[in-house]
Ligand binder design. Sequence first.
Ligand code: GLU
Length: 307
Amino acid sequence: MCPASVGRFAPSPTGRLHAGSLLAAVGSYVHVKYHGGQWLVRIEDIDPPRTEPGASDDILQTLNQHGLLHDGPVLFQSQRSEAYESALQQLLNQDLLYPCRCSRAQLLEHARLHHYPMARSLCTGTCDVRGATLTSADTAWRLRTEMAGEIQFQDALRGTLTSSLHQEVGDFVLKRRDGLYAYQLAVVLDDEASRVTEVVRGVDLLDNTARQCWLMQCLNFARPSYLHLPLVTAANGQKLSKQNHAPALNPNTPSRNLWHALAALGQTPEPALLHASPPEILAWACANWHPERIPHPDSIQQNCYLA
Ligand code: GLU
């Protein structure tokens, strides 16, 4: 037993939980409980225009109905501005952050002229924002990446992954032009504040991990371990997501939902467990967890997994 293990589930309250989000909730829960650790829930409500009224309560209630009980208080990102602002100030003092007012069109043109990958968002250097402060209007703040070198991290299913962050991504935004904090900043600071040691989440977020590792390095934070789970896709190949209006989980069939989530994660629950209670199913899963069996093509079709 390792009491220091801490895992988390960090949904954005943009809609109700669906079969794909349940996979991340169950995977993160069982993985950390198997290691004798604690499981936390964080509501990622840093983007008010995308937040759906009532979604946070609905998500928390759905987790409860599925027996997924969190160990500490729920953290709401909307209440963390002070911590985010003070980390930005620290990065600014370290000269790791700079203000930018480049438009998307300017960034794309700059990338084209320099033959950079289009995904790379390096400031053109022409926006020349003099005297900006962290509270200036209409100013994004970017983290420098030129000294990041090769970022290497381990994914429990995929082994060692490497990213040349500066070439592949460029200087990325930590505070947006509209004044909102970027996901990268919030996730790194919140995982550190909650002493998270096991990050288990969907593989759609894998692409962000090198950025987060670099930010942790800049802030001198310890790095958690990573396990990226397959995504559930609809029959048309689209990822199930709240934005695509994926059907919400049926709250009346929590055992069936859990059973199918475990089967989709490559575990082998007995058919009889379909009739067990959510706590019994989760107890079985924690005692019989085999992360190495999690499939890692990066997606699973929902109709296969519900078959
Ligand atoms: N809020 C993100 C989502 O709902 C998850 C962030 C994370 O796990 O790092 O997809």
